[in-house]
Ligand binder design. Structure first.
Ligand code: C2E
Ligand code: CA
Ligand code: CA
Ligand code: CA
Length: 284
């Protein structure tokens, strides 16, 4: 695929490379890759739909593999989860992202604080060090907890018992926001939302894609409208993923969505690029 927006590389094509890069080869290379600092993070802006201002960014990890080029997270996160490496890798992502959020704060305090969203894998949720590691990183690097949002997928929380929710609840009480990622793909009971310590719903890209056709399916539109009004009645803010066109952005704003993320605004990119976008009054 051709990429717009000035990316410096193309993510390796999974199918073309599947034969050359074995799962086994990648898995065994993972621990050394962490030690050798081969991972890096790209940041994709989170844009306020009301005024087009950049309010923060989602941190998305990549692997600069010395032989195979840049690999996207779908290629190696599942392997890291299988081997347990996701815990130290996730901790590295969190620390690096929080450090970056602090730098943004220092560089343009006047533009208002940029918040950082970091993905958590289900294995990290079950790891007993999650709360203490997070507290330690925030303290050490001096980021207020309200500057951090942790994204957990809907499927990781389906049927979650209290033990699994406890660390999220503690983080939320400290002021860290919790977002329910990929919402709408996991068939969770909407009433269930009330017992989860989440403050943000991230509507999955499949909803935005459903609005691609013209005229958009009226049932899809009603569904999104219904989800947004339910979320708002539960005091949740709504972020939409995968916004690729101005028409989608407009429709989603009219439906009351709060925040948007997608190629229409910017592809994931280096931290300086995010800084530049955040200095603009509005993007998109
Ligand atoms: P996600 O959390 O749902 O992240 C959004 C994905 O959608 C990202 O893919 C992003 O690049 C892509 N995207 C953003 N805007 C658009 C758009 O307008 N159109 C389309 N087609 N795609 C868009 P990416 O970076 O390949 O990440 C894939 C998944 O890998 C993420 O999905 C997340 O589940 C996981 N991931 C990424 N970084 C981390 C991490 O540090 N830790 C963990 N546990 N998972 C991560
Ligand atoms: Ca996410
Ligand atoms: Ca998502
Ligand atoms: Ca996703």
């Amino acid at each position: 695929a051709k990429s717009a927006g000035g990316n410096r590389y193309e993510l390796a094509d999974p199918e073309a490379d599947a034969r050359a890069i074995t799962r086994h080869g990648l898995t065994t290379a993972l621990p050394a890759a962490l030690e050798r600092d081969e991972f890096f993070i790209e940041y994709q802006p989170l844009v306020h739909l009301g005024d087009g201002s950049v309010r923060g960014a989602e941190a998305l990890v990549r692997w600069a593999h010395p032989q195979h080029g840049v690999l996207g997270p779908d290629r190696f996160i599942p392997l890291a989860e299988d081997t347990g490496l996701i815990v130290p890798l996730g901790r590295w992502v969190l620390e690096e992202s929080v450090r970056q959020a602090r730098r943004w704060q220092e560089r343009h305090a006047e533009a208002g604080p940029l918040r950082i969203n970091v993905n958590l894998s289900p294995c990290q949720l079950q790891h007993p060090g999650l709360v203490s590691d997070t507290v330690d990183i925030l303290d050490r690097l001096g980021l207020d907890p309200s500057g951090l949002c942790l994204e957990v997928t809907e499927s990781a929380l389906i049927g979650a018992d209290d033990d699994l929710l406890k660390p999220l609840r503690r983080l939320s009480e400290m002021g860290v926001d919790i977002a329910l990622d990929d919402f709408g793909t996991g068939y969770s009971n909407l009433a269930n939302l009330r017992r989860l310590p989440v403050s943000v719903l991230k509507l999955d890209r499949s909803f935005t894609q459903g609005m691609q056709q013209f005229p958009a399916d009226p049932v899809d539109l009603k569904l999104v409208e219904g989800i947004v009004s339910l979320a708002h009645s539960l005091n949740l803010s709504v972020t939409v993923e995968g916004v690729e066109t101005g028409a989608q952005a407009e429709a989603l704003r009219d439906m009351g969505c709060d925040t948007a993320q997608g190629w229409y605004y910017a592809r994931p990119g280096p931290p300086d690029r995010l800084h530049e976008l955040a200095l603009a009054d509005a993007i998109g």
